[in-house]
Write a protein that binds this ligand. Structure first.
Ligand code: CTP
Length: 410
């Protein structure tokens, strides 16, 4: 087992196998490899022979610091076809072609990567990339379903530009986001994604209520907590719809992102996605009010005249609406509350008022929560439970929320 030095102490590095199959997106796996090695993982790259048409063995070897083979016949005395898979903490195949998914689903083992997949007992992540027609073909879809049923995490491909001029679903997600999935899966250290087969909806960001074509009433929500919730749910196997209000953050891997602007748009998108959802988490900062009128032209200042007051009207309370009129029995609904004083008492009252199942109560104030990478909260349950989440990364709070949701989904 390779050992690394951290502040003079010997520590074991998590062992990751990066499988690369033969698609044009193989070049993006170099970035994933770099992120994995730079963050302290020991990465063994196992490309297929086809993958080497796109990126050569020298690149994989130089970036990983390990020899690279595609066949089972190199270094036979070390029995690599068994050893590499057995010793891995995580296997990630990126890109995974239609052919690779088919081989993995059927247990074929005709090269080093497919042998490794059969011997691995750790979590396995596939990041497919192919043309839309190949992804949507029933053969591929059945292979994906088989792999998921057996516990593999198959990330939904992104939508966008494919090889050549066509666009559609089938793009490899951003390598940085595939890396985040790997990090979450390794951190949880469980082989079976516990939210597989579930559809969850997360709202994130802050709504903007326009006054005229250039101005709006908005808020300072960065969207980071909602994105962390979406990313962690995807890494736990859920199908995730992320309703993102005015966020510029990168799309999390495998997540269906629906961009929205105003509270009215957000409401429409949430109601639509919630219709078949197992859980809805309202992390978005929704404007409670919007201007009564929208000026079609820019509002101009007039010399020697005080500005007109802005008349406001209430926006619908989406969280209260979906909690009161439950569209699906057993659906778990989670709200967020930002409080500055009497945090727990106000949180309990809000939980009751909104009618949701769980309420994540944040203490906010200057320099607290907004835009930061970290958070601290108490999650209140209708059963009287109080789960304190200490100050830490927003992913940690997200994992706790999903633990509580998963517990309620049974
Ligand atoms: N929310 C919503 N629709 C609104 C306003 C808020 O769905 N029109 C949701 C938010 O997404 C969040 C929770 O309700 O999950 C926050 O409730 P809110 O009443 O706005 O609480 P605070 O933001 O804490 O503000 P206040 O204390 O003013 O009630």
């Amino acid at each position: 087992m390779p050992v690394a030095e951290v502040r003079g102490e010997a520590v074991d590095k998590p062992k990751v196998v990066l499988g690369v199959s033969g698609g044009i997106a193989a070049y993006k796996a170099c970035e994933l490899l770099r992120r994995l090695t730079e963050s302290g993982h020991d990465v063994r790259v196992v490309p297929t022979a086809s993958a080497l048409h796109f990126v050569g063995a020298a690149t994989w070897s130089a970036l990983s610091g390990h020899p690279v083979s595609t066949e089972v016949w190199d270094d036979v005395h070390e029995v690599p076809h068994v050893r590499i898979g057995q010793h891995a903490d995580l296997v990630v195949v990126a890109p995974a072609t239609a052919d690779m998914l088919a081989k993995a689903a059927h247990g074929l083992a005709d090269d080093l990567l497919t042998n490794t997949l059969l011997t691995a007992r750790c979590p396995v992540v596939f990041a497919p990339a192919m043309h839309t027609e190949m992804w949507e073909h029933p053969a591929t879809q059945e292979n994906v379903a088989t792999l998921r049923r057996r516990g593999a995490l198959v990330i939904e491909p992104a939508v966008g530009r494919l090889t050549g001029v066509d666009t559609g679903k089938g793009r490899l997600p951003d390598p940085g986001e595939i890396f985040e999935v790997c990090r979450r899966v390794l951190a949880r250290g469980v082989t079976e994604p516990d939210l597989k087969g579930r559809h969850v909806v997360v709202s994130a960001g802050g709504t903007r209520e326009p006054l005229d074509p250039v101005r709006f009433l908005g808020n300072r929500s960065s969207g980071k907590q909602g994105y962390a919730l979406a990313r962690t749910a995807a890494a736990r196997g859920a199908r995730v719809t992320l309703i993102a209000a005015n966020s510029t953050l990168p799309d999390p891997a495998g997540v269906d992102v629906v961009p929205v602007g105003t509270a009215t748009h957000l409401r429409e998108a949430v109601l639509k996605a919630a219709a078949d959802a197992d859980a809805v988490v309202m992390a978005a900062a929704v404007a409670d009010f919007r201007p009564v009128t929208y000026a079609a032209g820019k509002i101009k200042k007039k010399d020697d005249q005080e500005p007109e007051p802005i008349a406001l009207v209430r926006n619908p309370d989406i969280l209260a609406e979906i909690s009161t009129d439950r569209v699906r029995p057993g659906q778990v609904i989670v709200g967020f509350a930002a409080e500055t004083d009497d945090v727990l008492a106000n949180g309990r009252a809000k939980l009751k008022r909104k009618g949701c199942d769980l309420l994540v109560v944040n203490e906010v104030g200057e320099r607290k929560t907004f835009g930061s990478e970290e958070n601290e909260a108490v999650v209140l349950g209708t059963d009287g439970s109080e789960t304190a989440v200490p100050h830490g990364p927003k992913e940690a709070l997200a994992e706790t929320v999903w633990d509580l949701v998963a517990g309620r989904l049974g």
